[in-house]
Design a protein around this ligand. Structure first.
Ligand SMILES: NC(=O)c1ccc[n+]([C@@H]2O[C@H](COP(=O)([O-])OP(=O)(O)OC[C@H]3O[C@@H](n4cnc5c(N)ncnc54)[C@H](OP(=O)(O)O)[C@@H]3O)[C@@H](O)[C@H]2O)c1
Length: 294
């Protein structure tokens, strides 16, 4: 397939470029094509015939989105709409990525235990500007009833550092343990952290189908960030203490769902399996190791 990829320098975009070796990928940088600029988008889409357009761009610094809602909507909703309409006109398949933050995480606790990861039929109720802007992007694509895949993922991390966040959780945990700095990690937020390499593989498999629609694609299982940090340290060979804290202690600007694990069952029904969140840490560390050795 001839693919046009936006956001190719990001965590997910880099994994797509690394792993989709059978495809011919054009990936203009953000300085070459700003997705907010319609003329630049039209020129990019007209530069060749493409089979599919993949949108991995986002403004996803969740706290900064609260103070810059115009920018959040410009990139996470209006640019997605623009891209989708341009693809529909050309009958290109369109793939765009959304988020677990379309959910509020309420009423997901039974007997003190988090249960029931969200499925595609669950009704979103975003509680942050970021989540609202991403949900708007989903709805704008859905209304076009086109050849599209809208894929929600969760706690995405890759070995390329996100320009919007500037660090990965795993690297931060390991470097603080190595420096013997105190580690404090929230214990009351549970989700399905997903290695970008696994998501890139799943998207490649999904693109080989015509089962268009909305999907959840996350590493299997659910875990708190505290338990995720402990498993990271175990796999990286550290025996180091991590203090469990409440998210309220972090004084974050945006509200976040306390529970936002997703179920990939619909994806699994197409024969596309997702590895577990523990495999995600393993594969991330292996890839990081290879990069450091290069
Ligand atoms: N990271 C998470 O925890 C998470 C969780 C759930 C869902 N998601 C979703 O997953 C997708 C991929 O996220 P990611 O973590 O791979 O993102 P990322 O690493 O921050 O990469 C974002 C990409 O978007 C590009 N970009 C931003 N604004 C642009 C613009 N105006 N024009 C053109 N390109 C622009 C960036 O280019 P520059 O680097 O040149 O600025 C970068 O290539 C996003 O849709 C995100 O909402 C992420």
């Amino acid at each position: 397939m001839h693919i046009l990829l936006f956001g190719g320098s990001g965590q997910l975009g880099t994994e797509i470029r690394r792993r989709w070796v059978k495809h011919d990928i054009s990936a203009p940088s953000s300085s070459e094509v700003d997705v907010e600029n319609e003329e630049a988008l039209i020129a990019a889409l007209n530069s060749a015939h493409f089979d599919a357009v993949i949108n991995c761009t986002a403004f996803h610094h969740v706290d900064n989105c609260e103070s810059a809602p115009e920018r959040a909507f410009a990139i996470n909703a209006l640019a997605v709409d623009r891209l989708a309409r341009l693809c529909r006109k050309r009958d290109y398949t369109f793939v765009t990525i959304s988020t677990d933050y379309v959910f509020d995480g309420k009423d997901r606790t039974e007997n003190g235990q988090h249960r029931k990861p969200y499925i595609e039929e669950d009704i979103p109720h975003p509680i942050s500007t970021y989540g609202i802007s991403k949900f708007a992007g989903e709805l704008l694509v859905d209304r076009l009833q086109m050849k599209s895949f809208v894929v929600r993922t969760c706690g995405l991390y890759g070995t390329t550092i996100s320009s919007s966040k500037g660090y990965t959780f795993i690297d931060r945990i390991i470097s603080q343990a190595r420096a013997e700095e105190p580690l404090r990690v929230v214990n009351d937020i549970v989700s399905s952290p997903t290695f970008a390499g696994h998501l890139a593989d799943a998207l490649n498999a999904l693109l080989a189908t015509t089962a268009y629609g909305l999907y959840h694609a996350v590493d299997e299982g659910m875990v708190s960030w505290h338990a995720f940090a402990l498993e990271t340290l175990r796999q990286a060979g550290f025996n180091y203490e991590v203090e469990a804290i409440d998210s309220a202690a972090r004084n974050m600007h945006a509200r976040r769902p306390a529970f936002s694990a997703l179920s990939s069952e619909k994806l699994n029904a197409l024969g596309i399996a997702m590895p577990s969140w523990k495999d995600g840490i393993r594969d991330y560390l292996a890839q990081r190791h290879l990069q450091e050795a290069e």
